[in-house]
Design a protein around this ligand. Structure first.
Ligand code: SF4
Length: 325
């Protein structure tokens, strides 16, 4: 480890002031501290924001507001969230070990950095860590990397399961700085790598993520998250699918589908949703709708299997959720 300054912010003003002087925010520390140990991130100062009042879980019919300092475990254990948003609960529970879920904040989860092994190896070329240095993954080991939304500069996947579930719903990220509060639709929050993979989201320097707000109809109750991975215990997704369906009167009225493990950012699938709405549930419908899940994919040397795997993941999850009463 290297030397750095550490402080605790008693309130929002102190946190923003510390950030204006170059400090990085830390809450659970499950991402930043790891990256500092590996010297991938080398902040000169770190400010603890755990005293800030971003701790609410407010559930209203069709709406959920979660403060950014709520721990993953707290949100997953909330009885009304479990009843109304099973997709969110499953994504959280499949994300990490109990110890990590107890410590990690939901804000930190949404802002976690990629798990690309070259990003975490400071001897490797990585445009995301060191802009302009190249991308070791493109010609290297890329079995776990993305097939959608990539660029010639970066092919990393987004690591958050929770973000995939939120992407399937209508989610707004709430952020604050000295200019006031900003509300950002989640589908505009994450940035595809393009020519600037080091920019991962639209937060401004020093801006605090304070909460997320999720709105959804009755389909959120009939929802779930499927994660396909190399081993069952606490591994990142090869593919995943978040699905919510409203099936009324023998017809799919609303469909929400997003996938993980395949996109440079959490990836919504409007073509799959369109193929479902207005039709009667059937194994054939699930198969046809899921067949477009990898449209536009650009696989690499080692991850071509994800093209078929993501279609099967979506089909299986549509079938599972479609069979629920
Ligand atoms: Fe870095 Fe992205 Fe390439 Fe991984 S895929 S080495 S994060 S530039």
């Amino acid at each position: 480890m290297f030397p750095f300054r550490f402080s605790k912010a008693a309130d929002e003003r102190a946190a923003l002031s510390a950030a204006a002087s170059g400090a990085r925010y830390v809450a659970g520390g499950t991402t930043l501290v790891d990256l500092m140990r590996e010297t991938v991130e080398r902040p000169e100062a770190v400010v603890d924001i755990n005293a800030l009042p971003y701790r609410e879980i407010d559930v209203q019919p069709g709406r959920l507001r979660v403060g950014s300092l709520v721990r993953m475990a707290q949100l997953a254990e909330h009885p009304i969230v479990r009843e109304q948003f099973p997709m969110i609960v499953q994504a959280l529970e499949l994300s990490a070990s109990a110890q990590l879920r107890n410590s990690a904040s939901i804000g930190g989860n949404l802002l976690q950095r990629t798990r690309c092994l070259y990003f975490r190896d400071v001897t490797a070329a990585c445009n995301r860590r060191t802009p302009g240095s190249g991308c070791a993954a493109i010609g290297g080991r890329n079995r776990t990397h993305a097939i959608l939304g990539t660029s010639h500069n970066c092919v990393a996947t987004h690591a958050s399961d929770f973000a995939v579930a939120l992407t399937a719903l209508d989610t707004t990220v709430i952020a604050r700085d000295d200019n006031g509060e900003r509300r950002i639709p989640l589908n505009e929050f994450y940035l595809q790598p393009g020519s600037t993979p080091e920019r991962e989201n639209v937060l401004r320097a020093g801006e605090l993520l304070t909460a997320v707000e999720i709105t959804a109809g009755s389909e959120a109750r009939r929802s779930g998250y499927l994660k396909v991975r190399d081993r069952e215990s606490y591994e990142f997704a090869l593919t995943s699918a978040a699905v919510a369906l409203d099936i009324t009167g023998g017809t799919v009225r609303t469909a929400r589908v997003a996938v993980g493990g395949v996109g440079a950012v959490p990836w919504r699938l409007p073509s799959v949703e369109r193929a479902l709405v207005g039709r009667a549930p059937s194994p054939e419908l699930w198969r046809i709708a899921a067949s477009t899940a990898a449209d536009g994919a650009t696989p690499l040397a080692e991850n071509g299997f994800k093209v078929e795997l993501i279609k099967r993941t979506v089909e299986r999850q549509l079938s599972t959720i479609g069979a629920q009463q």
